[in-house]
Structure formats: C-alpha cells, structure tokens
Write a protein that binds this ligand. Structure first.
Ligand code: 3H9
Length: 696
C-alpha cells in the first residue's frame, strides 16, 4: 500500500510509503485523497498526522510522469482536500521536503520538522513553477520577498532557517513523528489554521521589477523564473482560488515547453550516467586516504575537494617550497568555503591540522587507498610518476591519472599493476566543477572503475565513464567545435561576435573568453603536441599562435582575445585584434566574409553534435546522454537546452545532417557526417532512442 491510514488514540495517521523518495505518483495522490477521506470520516479521530516512511518526506511530484497525459487526482486538488479537512492535520517532516512535497506540507495546518530536514521549491530547475499552490501559499506564510527568493533561486534551506521564516512551527528535538503526534494531540479538536485563509502580502513592484531584470541578465532565454514571478505577483491581488487557477494555467504552459523537456532530460541523464550495467554489482574498493601528486591549481583543488568530503589527504610536491605553496593553495580554498559560510572555522582547522599534510616525500603515500596524479601534462613526466608510484603504493591502491588528453593505457604500462590504474579527469577548478570523467584503460579492474564512481559520489561530483582516446569525451568534442569556431574566425568572423552569438544561444561563455580564462598557452601547447601528426589539410588557427607569440596569454597577462584592466576585469574588446586578424587572413590568402549569428550557432552546434555522435559510435561514451552530461557539467552548455544530443533531437537529426552537408560543400575535409548521425537520421530516429532507462 503506497498510502495507508490508521488511528492512534485521537490521531488519524496517514503514512506514505513510496520509495525511493516518496514522490507523489498517481498512486500516492489517489491514496492520499482516500486517506484524507478516511480521516474526515473517522468519528474517533479529532486530528491527523501525515508522515513518510524511508529516508525522506515527499521529494516532489513524480518527475517520470511529466510529459505524459496527467492522471487524476491532480496534486493541487489533493492538497486542497488536506487543507479543507475539518480536523487539524500536522505534517511530520524529515529528509527533503521539495517541490510538490513542500506544497503538500503547506496544505497541512501545521509542520513539525526533524532537525536535518531540507526544504525547497526546485521546480524552476526543471523548467517549471511550483504548480500545487506553492506560489500562493508560500508568500502568505513567509512573506513576499522570502517566498520569491525560495521559488526563483530553487535554493534549499535548513530547518533552522525554515523555523525562522515561519515555514515550520517546530523543529523536533528527537523523533519528528513522536513530536508531530504530540502536537496533533495538543491541537486535536481545534479549528484548523488554513494558509489559504491568510491575507496575501502587499505587492512590491520595486522588488519584483528588480528580480525580473536580474533574471533577464543572469538567465537569458530561460522562461520558468519569470513565469514563477508572474504567478506570485498576479496571485497577490485576486482571491486565493483564482490565484491557484492562474498558477495551474502557467504550470501547464511550462509543462508543454521544450525547456521543461530539456531540463528533465538533464535531471534523469545525470542520474543515469552512474548506472552502467557492467559495474552495477561490483563493489568499490574502500577509500579513506587519498594521495595527490602535484599541488598546482588542479592538485590543490582535488585535495580541497577530498578534504571537504571528509577524506584524509596527503599531497606530494617535488620540494619543500612547492609543498608549502601547495598547502597555502589548499588553505585558501578552504578559507573561501569558510567565508561563504559553507564550512565552519573549526572544521577548517581540523581538516588542515589532522586530515591534511603537504610533503615532498613519496613514501608518505605508502598508506594511501587512492592516489591521483596531477602533474605536468607530458607523457614522459607521467611515465616517471607512475613508475615511482608503483614502488611506493600499497597493494590494491588505486593509481589514478588526472590527464586530460594523454593515453591512459600507456600510463598504466609504466607500472606492474595496470589493473589498478585508471584515468580520473577532474575539471578546473576541481573543488567547484561537478564533472569527473572516469576513464578505464584496457586492463583496469572493474572494482577500480566502481571505485572511481564511488569517489565521485563521495566528492558530490557527477561521474561519466569515458573511453581512452585523445581528449576522452569532453575535450575530444571541444577540440572539434573549437576548430569550427577557429575556421569561422579565419574566414571573417570576429572572436567577439562568435562569443556573443554563443552566449545569446545560452552558453555560459564563448570559446574565446574561455581561452582567455584558461590561458592561450594551453591551446598553443596542445597544437604543438599534435603538430607532427596533423593532417596538412587541417586549418591551423594561426591568429592564436600569433597572440601566444606576442605574449598575449589571456587574463593572466591582461591581454588575449580581450583586454583586461581594473575598469574591465571581465574583459573588453581589443581594438588591435581586427588588424592582427586581417594580417593573418591576408597572409593565408583568405578574403573575409560576413557570418550572421544563426550561421555561427549552426556551425558550432553541428560540429559538437557530429563529434558527439562519433564519440558514441566509437564507444568512447556509453550513450548520447553521457555526452549531454559532460557538456552540461564541464563546458557551460545551457542546461535548459538539455545538452547537444538532446538539442539535436529537438532540432531534428535530418536538419543537422543537412547543415553538415551544406558546410561540407565548402570544406569537405573537416565536415563529414558521422556514421551514427547519418544512420539515425536516415531511419527517422533520435539519439534518445539509444538512451536506455528513464524517459527523456
Ligand atoms: C514538482 O514537484 C512539481 C510540483 O510543484 C507541482 C506538481 C503538480 N520523481 O537524486 P537521487 C529518483 S517538480 C521521480 O539519486 P539523492 C531518482 O531518479 C519536482 N523520481 O538521490 C533516483 O532514481 P534511480 C520537484 C525521483 O539521495 C532516485 O530517486 N522535486 C524524483 O542524491 C534517487 O535520487 C525535485 O526536483 C522525483 N521527484 O537525492 C526533487 N526525485 O535510483 C528532485 C528523485 O532510479 N530530487 N527521484 O536513478 C532530488 O533533488 C534528489 O533526488 C533528492 C535525493 C534530494 C530528493
């Protein structure tokens, strides 16, 4: 039984049992409706309690039902029935009360929470707005400004903040169910306090205008936040029921939007990446002690991320001075967590004092369960490090390389234990970026792969399995779409125009602003590395080499594709760049032409999707959804477009093929339709057909 009813003394108890997260599936909604009926009709019950079994209160509407025809009873009607009950109903909250789950709690007449309970309305992250009364009840309960903040930011708040805001009545000291039962007995027989009966807060046009302007700037193209603000604001000046009806209308409109489909695809894809049938039953090796070799930006970020996850970390650098520098780098990251209120000063002290050491002696790694190498990206250096690790690491330790391009098989071959070697490709800054590519080599043992996934979970990262090739999933695709962008610059587009067209499309940053941030030396060194094996027909971005030779390495030198100074720390166009580009084009005999924004986006996306299809076709990525997750979490792809493969499905694969064929008419070396893309398009199929598991 998903929802049951029984009575304890004067209290009718409604229990929801719908693992894993008690989502309000149709069965739960119907069960709740019946149970509220049972409570109302029970002559011996004068109060009610709603509680959930398992690890959490209701975590929201059942997302897997979205996109399907809605089935009765609808959640707003169920909540209206709870609120209308003539007997006071108490919600006993624990775990996460999210979305429709929080809305059910708002329909109850009192809320008692366990201390660790988290509350939130994450609907906008799914392209929706709270559609079961959240936009109407929350402002009545906690005021306009706090409600708008929770609804539009989707942030989760803890029990203490919820108490302060008046979202919950009490935070239980012990068992929340026992506390809710006691509270229910206290208020049994009294008239229920209905949130819907409270007066709405007064409108505040200055606040709402400011918020709208802010979202137009920070989340251009996204529609859910603005619609959520509309629903709240419109509800302030009409009767409650009318506000609910208007909210429902907007919810249904958003439910039908491509943004909702894309965001829910992203939600399930991020969970599906961890489910690879070949590793499902493999237990990971235990990991408590981590070793990190190399304390530069990447090594320090990895060390900090591991410390923040409660792991013990030993960082090895080549000498005492470098070790000292690395230790300050790690301390700086933890300090910023303290400043942002994410870490207490005491815990920071304990982490740096007891759980962390930066040394210059490999022997200190003898007890490490997993060692991650984050040294200079050159194969000879990696070979040497892994030969050393082979000598000091204990038996069964996982030896991981953080290389972003190099051959993990060759690195594994530098040891006598290739079964223990794996690629763990973190993204910079490693304590912030959520993506981790887990790259098994040919001989990597299955439990080492499982350990990579388990470590990611512990670090609160999203792990994606990637095969061995130059650049794995993400950087391999990046080098392809980046080449498409560079070709446009050679042919007449300006880096600024390309960046703007792509940020208008929704990317967090354009490729040239990214280059400036990362440093132009990185691309230069990669081109040098590949120069010997480069096809003579490949188009080299000579302008990028020129900037490098001029010492214009990007933000760190104050000048790259953009100019950086005190007045424009984020960069402004450099008037000299056009001359440099003109000169390069003249030297190459290219007559520049104009590009419009649509063509820029079409070329960039076609290159990304085409290489994504090759990566899936070659088995480097398990499914198209793995490509989407990598681009969404490591490369600033707009989440509300779902990732490149989802975007391609939405556009239609035949249209993408037609674009590529059109571009191939001018350059048939770079542009070739990937076999998988051609096959799917010819059969009128979609990439989503290759994603098994949850619907997208
Ligand atoms: C909404 O409520 C709309 C209403 O306003 C209006 C309605 C009219 N549905 O994340 P995990 C699955 S919108 C279905 O790995 P964790 C998930 O796929 C909704 N399934 O665990 C996974 O399945 P599997 C607003 C769901 O401990 C399993 O549960 N609510 C749902 O890291 C475990 O999930 C949200 O947006 C769902 N709602 O995190 C909350 N939620 O094992 C979304 C989870 O087969 N959920 N599943 O892969 C979350 O944020 C996290 O899942 C949660 C647990 C924090 C609850």
């Amino acid at each position: 039984m998903t929802v049951s009813y029984h009575r304890e003394g004067v209290v009718g108890v409604i229990t929801i049992d719908n693992p894993p997260v008690n989502a309000t599936s149709q069965a739960v909604r119907a069960g709740l409706m019946d149970a509220v009926g049972a409570l109302s009709g029970d002559p011996d019950a004068t109060a009610g309690v709603i509680l959930c079994t398992g690890r959490t209160w209701i975590a929201g509407a059942d997302i897997s039902e979205f996109g399907k025809p809605p089935a009765r009873p609808h959640l707003p009607d169920v909540i209206a029935a709870i609120e209308a009950c003539a007997k006071p109903v108490v919600a006993a909250l624990h775990g996460t009360a999210l979305g429709g789950g929080l809305e059910v709690a708002l329909g109850a007449h009192a809320r008692i929470a366990a201390p660790g309970t988290r509350f939130g309305l994450p609907e906008v992250t799914l392209g929706l707005l709270p559609g079961a009364g959240g936009t109407q009840r929350l402002p009545r309960l906690i005021g306009l400004s706090a409600a708008l903040d929770i609804i539009t930011s989707a942030r989760r708040i803890g029990a203490d903040e919820a108490l302060e805001l008046g979202l919950v009545d009490h935070v239980a000291e012990g068992d929340p169910t026992a506390a809710a039962m006691e509270f229910a007995r206290e208020i049994a027989g009294r008239a229920p306090r209905r949130t819907a009966d409270r007066p709405p807060p007064r409108p505040d046009p200055a606040l709402t205008d400011r918020m709208r302007a802010e979202f137009a700037k920070t989340a251009p193209g996204e529609i859910a936040q603005a619609r959520a603000i509309d629903a709240v604001v419109e509800g302030l000046s009409v009767p409650f029921d009318q506000g609910i009806a208007q909210e429902r209308e907007k919810f249904i409109e958003l439910m039908a939007s491509p943004q909702r489909a894309a965001l829910i695809h992203a939600f399930f894809a991020e969970r599906a990446v961890a489910h690879l049938p070949e590793f499902d039953d493999v237990a990971p090796r235990p990991v408590e002690r981590i070793g990190v070799i190399g304390g530069g930006t990447m090594g320090a970020g990895i060390a900090a991320s591991a410390l923040l996850a409660g792991l013990d970390v030993t960082l090895v650098e080549r000498d005492a001075e470098a070790a000292g520098k690395a230790a300050s780098g790690v301390a700086k990251i933890l300090d910023s967590s303290v400043t942002r209120g994410k870490l207490s000063a005491d815990r920071r002290g304990a982490m740096l004092g007891d759980a962390f050491r930066a040394v210059c002696d490999d022997d200190a790694l003898a007890q490490a369960d997993l060692i991650i190498e984050a040294v200079f990206e050159r194969i000879e250096v990696k070979d040497e490090v892994f030969a050393r690790l082979d000598r000091v690491a204990k038996r069964g330790a996982v030896l991981a390389t953080n290389t972003s391009y190099l051959d993990v098989n060759r690195i594994a071959g530098a040891t006598r234990r290739p079964q223990d070697v794996i690629g763990l490709h973190f993204f910079s800054p490693a304590h912030v970026m959520r993506l981790l590519e887990v790259v098994p080599a040919d001989q990597t043992a299955p439990d080492v792969v499982a350990t990579g996934f388990a470590l990611a979970k512990r670090l609160r990262k999203i792990a994606v399995r990637a095969g061995v090739c130059d650049g794995f999933i993400g950087n391999r695709i990046l080098s392809h779409y980046r080449a498409a962008a560079d070709a446009m610059v050679l042919d007449g587009a300006s880096p600024c125009q390309i960046d703007r067209a792509l940020t208008d499309f929704g990317f967090a940053m354009g490729p040239y602003a990214v280059s400036d941030l990362a440093g132009l030396d990185i691309g230069y060194l990669t081109r040098q590395r590949k120069a010997a094996t480069r096809d003579p027909r490949d188009r080299v971005p000579v302008f990028a080499d020129r900037l490098y030779e001029l010492g214009r390495l990007g933000r760190k030198t104050g000048r790259g594709y953009y100019l950086y100074d005190e007045d424009s720390p984020k960069g402004r166009p450099d008037p000299d760049l056009a001359g440099l580009l003109q000169q390069v084009r003249a030297e190459l005999g290219i007559s520049p032409r104009l590009f419009d924004d649509d063509e820029i986006v079409a070329r960039y996306m076609a290159a990304m999707v085409n290489e994504g299809a090759r990566v899936v076709g070659d088995g480097i990525a398990a499914r198209p959804l793995d490509v989407d997750v990598v681009l969404l979490n490591g490369y600033g792809f707009p989440r509300w477009r779902g990732g490149p493969m989802h975007w391609a499905d939405a556009r239609g694969l035949a249209a993408v093929v037609a674009d590529i064929e059109r571009f191939a008419a001018q350059d048939d070396h770079f542009w070739h339709v990937a076999p998988l893309l051609r096959e799917l398009a010819s059969k009128n199929r979609r990439f989503a057909d290759l994603n098994q598991g949850k619907p997208s």
